[in-house]
Design a protein around this ligand. Sequence first.
Ligand code: NAD
Length: 269
Amino acid sequence: MTDFSSVKDKVAVVTGAADGLGMAISLCYAENGMKVVVSDINVEKGMKVVEDIKSKGGEASFFKADVSKEEDVKGLVDFAVETYGRLDGLVNNAGIAAENRPTHEYSTQEFDKLLSIDLKGVFMGMKFAAQAILKSKSSSGFIINVASLAGILGNSSMAIYSSAKHGVIGLTKSAALDYAQYNITVNAVCPGTFRTSVWGQAPEEVINEYAKIFSPSGRLGDPKEVGHLALFLASDLARYISGTAISIDAGSSAGKITPSRWSNPEILD
Ligand SMILES: NC(=O)c1ccc[n+]([C@@H]2O[C@H](COP(=O)([O-])OP(=O)(O)OC[C@H]3O[C@@H](n4cnc5c(N)ncnc54)[C@H](O)[C@@H]3O)[C@@H](O)[C@H]2O)c1
């Protein structure tokens, strides 16, 4: 039987873990026996995630870190090692989106800000975590970088976000080769459209309408589904997977949808 018990007691840092996909990954890791450092700029929500994990018998700690600040990222990795004595993995999940606009309407300040979080933050996370994982002599180290469908395909009105996420995939592939002989896998996951706080207070019917247009499956992804993928990549079942950008998007990145009429629609009845 195949199971995920190999992750038990592994120590992982998850950034942007107070909400959305990072929270779902942290909960999934803790449920499966991993020790999780939940990190975010939002202390209140981050602490709630830790309390939730602990109330279910899991092991977690919170560390406030802004991933765009080098001293914070170094402090985060040091905290993980001081708290749990080692580090096995990092999920570079923290990220922000930009308002949708044509390329010429973005300011260079907006570009710098977004890239300092979505790209430089990922680089710095890898830089410090890789050293800590190597020093921990982890036999199954892993780094997971949360990119996006926008890291695989260009997107109108999303030039700066898309450039950062394409960069994340470049960092991932290169670092995977740097550490392939040293027991650290490095992969990117590329979510399509998930039901997280990016939707704000949008009404349910607007969300459903969007899902019908932009998701081939007609529904938005559930953050838990990214949690499950991240669990697999953290487990020993995935040791031969490195340097890839794995889409989790119900087929959005596979190509265009062309409407067609089925000759036997009754098979759906
Ligand atoms: N939700 C989606 O549909 C989707 C699709 C593709 C990619 N992604 C990517 O997934 C990741 C998570 O997105 P989400 O939808 O869960 O977002 P979210 O807004 O729900 O959660 C992001 C978390 O990151 C934290 N954060 C923001 N800036 C930070 C910083 N500088 N340092 C540390 N933490 C910071 C926020 O406080 C928040 O808790 C992002 O990298 C995003 O680009 C999301």
